[in-house]
Design a protein around this ligand. Structure first.
Ligand SMILES: [Fe+2]
Ligand SMILES: [Fe+2]
Length: 353
């Protein structure tokens, strides 16, 4: 918080300037900035900081009203109180000065007691305004901090939930991380808003969180699933959506949408609802590609890892069938980024499920 007020005085008459300088400096908490030439003020205006401006009316080159008009165009001077000093009592000058933004008038020859009293009053007003604005700034900063803290906690909850889900499911943490990064790549390539892309990437790791509700003998079974087991496995979408749904936290609601729709298929043959085309939420359509691509390009107990080229061929074939063609196209156009994530986040000691 700033201390003390700075009062800028501009008068071409040096005697008057010295007198006003002396009077102002006698007011508690006030210091001065003095100029005998308005041009000098305008030249250095960007570096000048003050709380009140006292301007003489009659000066060479430009009069006080012109100077006020020019200063008010400078953002950090726009709301400063201006005091006009004038020798005459011409009401026309007063009106024009008022219109230009002057809030107070003083007449020459200056009456020291009146001058000090009026400037002191303005100084008190300015100080009160400054305190209010400092307080408002402080409040704004506190709100910003609280919002950031809230967001950070939401992100932490998501990260911890994803970690918890990983213990039950045999997927590696890297699988969920890669799926998240692929989702971000697709969304950004599609030109979606950065906030959406970021949220999608944060929420995507929870797409399979519903697997915590799947019986171990089904979830961990190595061989092919019987029909009833497959149907039970498919429940992970509805379970995941139910775990995450109706949260007040937008990120968790987005995660619920992804969990509930990442196995839907563009042609309507997916599950759990058999939605098709654009009735499948966009985050689910994006996550579907990321999830399948990652399953194809990592080793599973029943298959070797496919190359990126083979997986891209599969996605190309399935565009318009299993997947939203626009999302596939965005993914295929991002080969370098995809390859980078694929190798930078490759599974090390654990096998991807
Ligand atoms: Fe899934
Ligand atoms: Fe997955």
């Amino acid at each position: 918080m700033q201390n003390g007020l700075t009062i800028m005085i501009i008068d071409d008459n040096r005697t008057n300037l010295s007198l006003m300088d002396l009077l102002v400096r006698k007011i508690p908490n006030c210091s001065t900035l003095v100029f005998d030439n308005p041009r000098e003020v305008l030249d250095g205006v960007n570096d000048l900081k003050c709380d009140i401006v006292i301007v003489d009316y009659q000066m060479p080159e430009m009069n006080g009203i012109e100077l006020i008009q020019k200063l008010r165009l400078v953002p950090h001077f726009a709301d400063k109180p201006f005091v006009m000093i004038t020798v005459d009592h011409d009401s026309d000058i007063k009106f024009r000065a008022l219109e230009a933004g002057a809030v107070e008038f003083l007449h020459k020859p200056l009456e020291p007691v009146e001058f000090r009293a009026r400037i002191r009053n303005l100084a008190r007003l300015s100080e009160a305004q400054r305190k209010l604005s400092d307080h408002a700034q402080l409040l704004r900063a506190e709100v910003d901090n609280a919002t950031a803290e809230l967001r950070w906690r939401e992100e932490e909850i998501i990260m911890r939930l994803s970690r918890a889900a990983g213990y039950k499911d045999q997927q590696t943490a890297r699988h969920t991380e890669r799926v998240a990064r692929y989702c971000g790549i697709i969304a950004r390539r599609m030109g979606l808003a950065e906030e959406f892309c970021r949220n999608l990437q944060l929420a995507a790791p929870m797409h399979d969180i519903g697997k915590v509700g799947i019986r171990d003998e089904v979830l961990l079974k190595r061989g092919p699933l019987a029909e009833t087991e497959r149907l039970h496995m498919n429940d992970h979408c509805a379970i995941g959506a139910a775990i995450l749904a109706e949260s007040k936290c937008a990120l968790l609601r987005l995660a619920a949408e992804i969990a509930g729709s990442h196995h839907e298929r563009w042609n309507g043959t997916g599950y759990p609802l058999g939605l098709s085309g654009e009735s499948i939420p966009l985050p689910g359509r994006i996550a579907a590609i990321a999830d399948v691509f990652d399953a194809l390009t990592t080793e599973r107990p029943y298959k070797k890892a496919w190359s990126i080229g083979q997986a891209f061929d599969y996605l190309r074939e399935q565009a318009g069938q299993q997947f939203d063609p626009a999302c596939v196209s965005a993914f295929l156009r991002s080969r370098d980024e995809v390859a980078f994530v694929c190798s930078a986040l490759a599974d090390q000691d654990r096998q991807a499920a």
